[in-house]
Design a protein around this ligand. Structure first.
Ligand code: NAD
Length: 341
């Protein structure tokens, strides 16, 4: 049996559209008083992008933090007083802050992503407090409109771009075996792998366009297929303080090698998209070319934390993972991913 639930949302995609279409998209939402959320990293460009909105920008919130600490969410909600929409320009952390606002205020969100994290097409929110990350699902946090412009991601430093693209790759690879996978998510995920692989092998605006298109598709597949072992493991590691995108990037080849023997459809689709009979080797080669380290040890995970990672993951791993994933198997996987063999 399959179940499939399409998610609503409008997407505008193209080089330059953040410069040319943003004001029209704000109008389309009927917004007159927008809360703009963007970190100070690229303040000049954000100012230029928001300029056509004029006095429709009612307030600005810049104190963006990774994993949306509860205090950040509360400050952003206070800044939203009097606003009728939220405009987020930035990576997953910035879009996460906008989602936190939407969660309690129900304001519509317009997202302009500058990384390949994919949060803009999912109804998943996340908040963190005292080192514990909580996530939930609420359609109110799903952005109403997404403006995808590769001119904004082409400036990502190489290492960050690769890690973020591999974060997107994890969404689509896992969509092949995730709990709510379905024929629609699998088709989208396969095309996402193709687009991301092309982008990872290219350069300049053409590569950024392939990567962003791949990120859109990957996030779309992940949003309906849900989290499997890979995302559960990455979530546990994120809770221990590891960096989001790089953790996904390091983990992915290990989880694929672990899972592939029980997932023939994933192997077939990945092989087709990567143009190889051995997609595990194909993915390893793609990752190796990016300079992402081979093991979690290089990201700062300590040997004495491995048992905690196994315990926490064992408690949440979906019961229908394609290969046995009990404590013994997870221990072997986590140790291998830590060593980076
Ligand atoms: P991020 O938003 O924290 O950005 C990483 C770094 O890149 C930051 O320093 C940021 O300032 C910088 N940056 C962003 N865009 C840039 C650009 N175009 N050029 C140069 N630098 C740029 O990281 P992320 O990986 O995009 O997002 C991670 C967060 O998003 C995590 O909290 C994660 O849990 C969340 N997330 C949520 C979902 C979801 O569905 N809810 C999905 C994916 C990620």
């Amino acid at each position: 049996m399959h179940t499939y639930e399409a998610l609503p949302g409008r997407v505008v995609f193209g080089a330059g559209v953040a410069r040319t279409e943003l004001a029209a998209e704000v109008d389309r939402l009927g917004a007159r008083a927008v809360l703009l959320i963007a970190s100070t990293r690229d303040a000049e460009r954000v100012r230029a992008l928001a300029a056509p909105l004029g006095d429709r920008v009612a307030a600005t919130f810049t104190d963006v933090r990774e994993h949306v600490p509860v205090a950040t969410a509360e400050a952003a909600r206070a800044a939203a007083a009097g606003a009728d929409a939220v405009l987020a320009i930035g990576g997953g952390s910035t879009i996460g802050a906008a989602k936190a606002v939407a969660l309690t205020t129900r304001l519509p969100v317009l997202a302009v992503p500058t990384t390949y994290a994919g949060s803009e097409v999912t109804p998943i929110w996340g908040l963190s407090e005292d080192g514990v990350k909580t996530t939930g699902v609420d359609l109110a946090v799903l952005p109403r409109t997404v403006v995808y412009d590769p001119e904004l991601t082409v400036s990502l430093p190489e290492g960050l771009a690769a890690a973020s693209a591999l974060n997107a790759m994890a969404h689509c690879v896992e969509a092949f075996w995730a709990p709510r996978r379905n024929p629609v998510s699998s088709v989208i995920a396969e095309e996402a792998v193709r687009s991301l692989a092309a982008g990872l092998s290219g350069s300049g605006l053409a590569a950024a366009t392939d990567l962003l298109r791949g990120a859109w598709l990957a996030g779309t597949a992940f949003a309906v297929a849900g989290s499997g072992l890979h995302h559960k493991l990455a979530h546990v590691l994120g809770g221990l303080g590891l960096p989001h995108a790089r953790t996904h990037a390091v983990l992915l080849p290990h989880v694929l090698a672990f899972t592939a023997p029980g997932a023939p459809e994933a192997v077939e689709r990945l092989g087709r998209a990567l143009g190889t009979a051995d997609p595990v080797a194909g993915l390893r080669a793609l990752v190796a070319g990016t300079g992402v380290p081979g093991g979690l040890r290089a990201l700062g995970l300590r040997a004495d934390q491995l048992a905690t990672v196994v315990e926490r993951t064992a408690a949440v791993v979906p019961p229908d993972h394609p290969v046995p994933a009990g404590r013994a198997e997870l221990t072997a996987l986590v140790e291998t991913a830590w060593e980076g063999e």
